[in-house]
Structures are given as structure tokens and as C-alpha cells.
Design a protein. Structure first.
Length: 357
């Protein structure tokens, strides 16, 4: 590979994703230059491709896509001591300002000045080469590969969600939505000791995967079902009410179900991103002292996610359904957009030496 080969996937606007050459970046003193290895496609990437925006974040200029990623260190800045060329790393895509009150309190995911890969106006990392803050690159242990490394990003969302819900041994957990985030929340809840996990979705194939990953019960929600009927089905299958509920869909009906079905003194965690305004039965939570907690990305969760996989408590490999080379990124995003072949996690391989196993 020529040193100037930095093939890059750039989103120019709605349904306008292009592959083009970009200059190989030079790391600053506190950065590392990475040869990108694996980049997963996230639902947010597809949302930007199809809609050009997510809430207030609008694609107004060409933006490099991708943020679920791993890479190999090629060069380190002069201040970097904990990494060296050849290290395999998982890349946490958000780099905060480090000086605001949220950063100082450890809640850097709420930093107003955070750089976050592939969130406008910040570029992502679906490219051959990329530079990133060294302290947000995590060296992978020997028993984890670069595919595992890329999936630490979505897994960290699940870890953060279950930490927000304070999942512990013996908890009865309901997860609404069996997409990728619902599945990583399932994996994390199981690893943290939940005794019973029930998950809902509208697609059999997603529920089958949830079963494979350890869900004890599944409910396929049929068109026309009333939310109160779903509440009763959940209670009947569990034999009780869940004390920890995670909405991983953002759908109004699911949030309403969560507020109605969760046990008194329980916790509802809102993980999915839905409409800005929704009509909800808040009295169902108020009268029973059900806590409602939001989740935004993750914070201090990459080390936990890596430890869970390295220790064998979690395997993310079953989430992977499709592989593409970076040259075929447009095909990869077509698969993600159309859902042809029922993808869960689509991985794009940026290293030209990658060979399918």
C-alpha cells in the first residue's frame, strides 16, 4: 500500500456517500496515527445517510463517516507514553474538552465541546489512516482481536445503560427493542447478574438472536396489539414485574409500556433516541416512585467493556453478520439501509491486507 493511499468514505449529503483519497494525517504531540482496521456501521451513520441529520446535528459540509472502530498504532506523538507502534487499539470516538465542569466531574459525555467522530461537524474514521487522541485509544489484550475492538463502541452503550440502571445479581430485566443496542444491553445485563431477562421486538429474527445471546423470554409484538395487552404478556411470562426496564427503541408506545410495567421503586432507563416530544403516562411512574434515567452515549465505560470481553463474560462475535472491504463501503451502507440479509453488525475492513476468514 502506497503511503499516500488514504481511501476515505465521505458523506456529502442525503444518500450521497463517496469514496475519495484524503491526505494521510499527521499526529499532534498527544495523538497517535492509526492504520484503521475495522469500522462498524452504526444506526446513526445510516440515519445521517438517509436523513442528513439527527436532531440538531446536521450534515452541512462533507463529513467522513464512521465511529465504531479499531486500529493499529503506526506513529505516536512525542507526549504519548502508554502506546507504541504495533499496538492494536479500540478507539473511543468522543474526545472531550477536559476542562469544563462535566469533564472535571467525570461525566465527559455531557461536555458541550466534545469532539465526536461522525457527528456533524466532526469527521469520523472510515478511512485507511486516522489520527486520534492517544488517551482515548485503549490497547487490546492479546485474547481480543480487532473485530472485538470495533464492537467496544456499541457494547459501551450497553454497559453505560446497565450502569445507569444499576443492574445487579437477581434483577428482573425488560428490554424493549432487539436491535444492536438492545442486544448489547442484553449482553451487559446478563454479565452483571440479571436473573431473568425478557426482550420484545417486531421481528422474529432479532428475537431469535436475543435467545441465542441469553434472553430467557421473548415477545414478538404484532401489529395492532394494545400496550396494556403487552404489559400483561410481560407480567405473565415473567411471573412478576421487571424491576429494571430498558427502552432501546425510542418508540413512544415502548416508553409508555416501560412506565406502566416496571415494578414500584424500579428503574426505567431510556436508551433509544426517539421523537423530541412524546405523550407519556408519567403518573404511572410518579405514584409508584419509578425512577426514569436517560442515557447519552457512554462515559468511562470502555475499560469495563474490554474487561467483560477479555474475561469471557461477554462475546460480541455473534453480533457480526456481514463483512465488507472499505472499497465496498457503498455496498455495505446499502445493506445497512435496506436491511437485506437481516444484518445486525456490519463491519468494514480498512486494511488492504484483510482476508475473509
Amino acid at each position: 500500500m502506497a503511503p499516500n493511499d488514504n481511501l476515505t468514505a465521505v458523506l456529502y449529503g442525503i444518500n450521497d456517500l463517496r469514496l475519495e483519497q484524503r491526505p494521510v494525517p499527521v499526529p499532534k504531540d498527544d495523538q497517535v496515527l492509526l492504520q484503521m482496521e475495522v469500522v462498524g456501521i452504526c444506526g446513526s451513520d445510516v440515519h445521517y445517510l438517509v436523513n442528513g441529520r439527527i436532531g440538531p446535528f446536521v450534515v452541512e459540509k462533507p463529513m467522513i463517516i464512521g465511529h465504531e472502530a479499531s486500529g493499529t498504532v503506526i506513529k505516536v506523538g512525542k507526549n504519548v507514553k502508554h502506546l507504541q507502534p504495533g499496538d492494536k487499539v479500540a478507539i473511543e470516538p468522543g474526545v472531550p474538552c477536559r476542562v469544563c465542569n462535566y469533564c472535571k466531574l467525570g461525566s465527559y459525555n455531557l461536555c458541550a465541546d466534545i469532539f465526536f467522530c461522525a457527528t456533524p461537524p466532526d469527521d469520523g474514521n472510515l478511512s485507511r489512516y486516522y489520527v486520534h487522541a492517544a488517551d482515548f485509544c485503549y490497547k487490546l489484550p492479546p485474547n481480543m482481536d480487532l473485530e472485538d475492538g470495533a464492537l467496544m463502541e456499541p457494547l459501551s452503550v450497553g454497559v453505560h445503560a446497565t450502569k445507569r440502571g444499576k443492574v445487579q445479581v437477581g434483577d428482573v430485566v425488560l428490554i424493549l427493542g432487539a436491535g444492536p443496542i438492545g442486544l448489547v444491553t442484553l449482553l451487559s445485563a446478563k454479565a452483571m447478574g440479571a436473573s431473568k431477562i425478557i426482550i420484545t421486538d417486531i421481528l422474529d429474527i432479532k428475537l431469535q438472536k436475543a435467545k441465542e445471546l441469553g434472553a430467557h423470554y421473548t415477545i414478538k409484538v404484532e401489529r395492532g396489539w394494545q400496550e396494556d395487552d403487552i404489559v400483561e404478556k410481560i407480567k405473565t411470562l415473567l411471573g412478576e414485574e421487571p424491576n429494571k426496564t430498558f427502552d432501546c427503541s425510542g418508540i413512544e408506545q415502548n416508553i409508555r409500556i416501560a412506565l406502566k410495567v416496571t415494578k414500584s421503586k424500579g428503574v426505567v432507563v431510556l436508551v433509544g433516541m426517539g421523537q423530541f416530544e412524546q405523550k407519556l403516562p408519567l403518573a404511572a411512574a410518579i405514584f409508584r416512585e419509578v425512577d426514569i434515567r436517560g442515557v447519552f452515549r457512554y462515559c468511562n465505560d470502555y475499560p469495563t467493556a474490554i474487561d467483560m470481553v477479555a474475561s469471557g463474560k461477554i462475546s460480541v462475535k455473534p453480533l457480526i453478520t456481514h463483512h465488507y472491504r472499505i472499497e465496498d463501503s457503498l455496498k455495505a451502507f446499502h445493506t445497512a439501509k435496506t436491511q437485506e440479509g437481516n444484518p445486525i453488525k456490519i463491519l468494514i475492513h480498512a486494511n488492504p491486507n484483510w482476508k475473509p476468514s
